[in-house]
Structures are given as C-alpha cells and as structure tokens.
Design a protein around this ligand. Structure first.
Ligand code: NAI
Ligand code: MG
Length: 373
C-alpha cells in the first residue's frame, strides 16, 4: 500500500491544467502516494446546487491531505441565475467551497512562502524570502455579519459610547461585520509562525496588526505574541502596523523574514508580497490544521486560458513541494525546490507571464527533467 493517500481537486478552468502539470513532477519525484480525484467547483454548483458535494468531503476525510487547483466562483445573485432550471428557487445559496473547507477541517494556518527565485524576470528584487502566516478561520472573515442589524443586537451595542454617532441611523441603513478573535485562535497562528521560524532557523517574526486603533482584537494578538515570544528567545519579535507594513514591504522587502497576521490583514499582505516575487504564477499557500492540510496556488480558474495549457504551473508545483515538506518528505521537497530554481535560473523554458511562450506542461516537464534519483 502506498504511504500516503492524497486527494486531488482540479476544480475549474486552469485548475485542471496546473494539476496535470503538478502530477508530472510528483510522478517524477516518485512520492509514494495514491492520488484520489475528487469533485469541486462551478459545474457541481450548476448541476447539484453544491460546489462542494458531500462525497468530496467524505473522500477528503479518507486522505492525508489535498492538492487543490482552482475554481470559478461568482456572487450569490449571479450564481443563482446559473443553477440548473430544476434547482432554481429551491433555496440553494452559493457559498465559497474553499472557505468551507478551511472551516470544516479547521485549517487555521495559511502559510504563504514568497521567495524570489534567481533569474525570474518578474522579481521586484532578487533577495526576497518572506514567509507569511495568516490566520485562516476567524477575524473579519469569520462570516458573522448583519444586514439589517437585528433590533436586540442593536440594543446591546447602543450601550457603547462610540455608538452615539450612529444613534440616528436605522437598522436597515446599517451593516455590521464582526471581527472575532479568540485567544486560542491568536495562540495557534502565532505558534505556527514561531515554530516555523525555529525549524527553519529564521531570525525574526513580525506581527502585522493595528493595535493602536483596533484595540481589543489586535490588542489581544499583540499580548499573546509578546507572551509566546518568551518561549523563543532566539527569535526576534517585531510589531508593525499593517498600513506601515504595506509601505515597508515595498521599500525594503528583503529585511523581513516571517510575517504573522490575522485573517484580513494577512490576506492583503500575502497578495502584496506575492506580487513582489512574480505574481499569480508564483503565489501559493498551504492551508494547514492539526491533522489535515490543503495546498493550492493562489490564482483562480482564469477562464480565458482554460484548457489552453498556457498558464504558469510553478505556483501549483511549489504548492506540491510545500505538501511534501508538510508530509515530512523533506528530501523530495528540496529536490523539487532545486529543480524549480534551476529551470527559472536557466530562463529558457517559461510561460507567457515570464515573457516566454512555453506551455504549462513544457514547464512541468523541464522541472521534472531536473529531478534525479
Ligand atoms: P484568476 O486568478 O483566475 O486570473 C486572473 C488573471 O491572472 C488571468 O486572466 C491570467 O492573466 C493571470 N493568471 C492567473 N493564474 C495564472 C498563472 N498560473 N499563470 C499565468 N497567469 C495567470 O482571477 P480572476 O480572473 O479574477 O478569476 C477567475 C475565476 O477564478 C473567478 O470565478 C474567481 O472567483 C475565481 N477565483 C478562484 C480562486 C481559487 O480557486 N482559489 C482564487 C481567485 C479567483
Ligand atoms: Mg487573497
């Protein structure tokens, strides 16, 4: 029996192209795994009213981790219009299957490495190597939102002195999204970041929040970070405000090591940082919990390139590398890392985003060829 069972979720559009590319590399590295394909995405929304069918959840529960390509998703109203006629007006509401997966499997760490590979023409600088830890399950994306604001809830918050300026606003003219932090939520993302820093011998962790303004939630994160830092004397802790960090990441990205942030701030600095090292063709992440993890490129299904094998598979291939690292297959992960670096450094085989005209699968094959036993 193979050592690992890995769920493969190609999804929609170029998700399928890049998953095929990643499989070329995984087969070459001979990861001792059985791959189980599972269904997710727009097609299943349209035909079943569920972009993440229960059978897919069952498959995932029977695997060690998952590789995810990309999906198409649309706002609720548009989604409703594309439902199969017999499913319309039956109460199906579109939801994000990725957010659902993060919640269902409690994948609280979003790990986003942002490394500039030498020779990548898209690099902002060649010496960037950031690793971002974004809390993935709570904060402003917890999904606890109100519109209109319920009367009983309104009564409770009206007692807050800062609500005075909203006194005259009626419930139907007000929307509220709650930013929920828990101690456990703060502690576990901070722990992921510090543990990673220790394991990879990185010098510092920068906490990116806004405690001077969002006192209670960001404040809780800061307090927990200072406390946790005591367990990691060899690692420096920086505290930065998210707005200032956006400037510093443009000014001196090479100065930063590990960044850690709550859900929304982490989302934003992750995308900013990804652009510094080549953008969507290079941006990937691991959604990691205590017992399960899902690895994905950041990009979406890019419908205009669907099935054309033109997009860059490097993000997807690096996502598989991260998966191997998470599985403890460090040797194999390093081999893939090295192969990717070599192909980029040579600069011969590259997709359109890097100024070339190679296909998705040519890039994957070039990387696979650099892998030797
Ligand atoms: P997108 O990421 O799919 O593509 C935007 C553009 O970026 C593409 O047209 C292409 O020019 C470029 N691009 C993306 N991936 C690339 C790659 N690997 N190599 C080279 N160039 C690449 O974003 P868009 O167009 O806003 O969304 C398309 C669909 O994907 C939407 O339905 C959206 O909701 C969904 N989406 C899904 C995500 C996911 O599955 N994780 C994430 C983002 C969007
Ligand atoms: Mg994002």
């Amino acid at each position: 029996m193979p050592k690992y069972r890995i769920a493969v979720l190609p999804g929609d559009g170029i998700g399928r192209d890049v998953i095929e590319a990643a499989r070329i590399v995984l087969d070459k590295i001979k990861l001792d795994a059985e791959y189980v394909e599972a269904e997710i995405g727009w097609e299943f929304w349209k035909t079943e009213g569920n972009p993440l069918p229960d059978r897919t959840i069952r498959i995932l529960k029977n695997t060690d981790c998952a590789l995810f390509g990309a999906i198409t998703s649309k706002p609720k109203e548009e989604a409703a219009k594309e439902l199969a006629p017999e499913l319309r007006e039956k109460g199906y509401v579109y939801y994000s299957p990725i957010v659902r997966l993060r919640q269902e499997f409690d994948l609280y760490t979003n790990l986003r490495p942002c490394k500039a590979y030498k020779g990548n023409p898209l690099n902002y600088r060649d010496d960037i190597h950031l690793v971002i830890f974004r809390e993935n399950t709570e904060g402003l994306y917890a999904g606890v939102e109100y519109y209109p604001v319920p009367e009983d809830f309104r009564k409770v918050i009206n007692a807050h002195r800062k609500m005075k300026k909203f006194e005259m606003v009626v419930n139907t003219d007000m929307a509220i999204s709650l930013r929920i932090f828990t101690k456990k939520g703060c502690q576990r993302i901070l722990k992921s970041a510090f543990e990673y820093a220790r394991k990879h011998k990185r010098k510092s962790v920068a906490l990116v929040e806004k405690p001077n303004v969002i006192r209670e939630t960001s404040g809780m994160m800061v307090k927990e970070a200072r406390e946790m830092k005591n367990q990691y004397p060899e690692i420096e802790l920086f505290e930065a405000n998210v707005d200032a960090m956006a400037m510093w990441l443009i000014k001196n990205p090479q100065n930063y090591d590990i960044l850690v942030a709550s859900n929304m701030f982490g989302d934003i600095i992750s995308d900013l940082s990804a652009q510094l090292i080549g953008g969507l063709g290079f941006a990937y992440s691991g959604n990691i919990g205590d017992t399960y993890a899902l690895f994905e490129p950041t990009h979406g299904s890019a419908p205009k390139y669907a099935g054309m094998y033109r997009v860059n598979p490097i993000a997807m291939i690096l996502a598989s590398r991260l998966m191997m690292e998470w599985l403890g297959e460090t040797d194999k992960a390093e081999k893939v890392e090295k192969a990717v670096s070599e192909v980029i450094a040579e600069g011969k085989i590259k997709t359109y985003d890097m100024g070339g005209d190679s296909t998705t699968l040519e890039v994957a094959k070039a990387i696979a060829e650099k892998i030797h036993d």
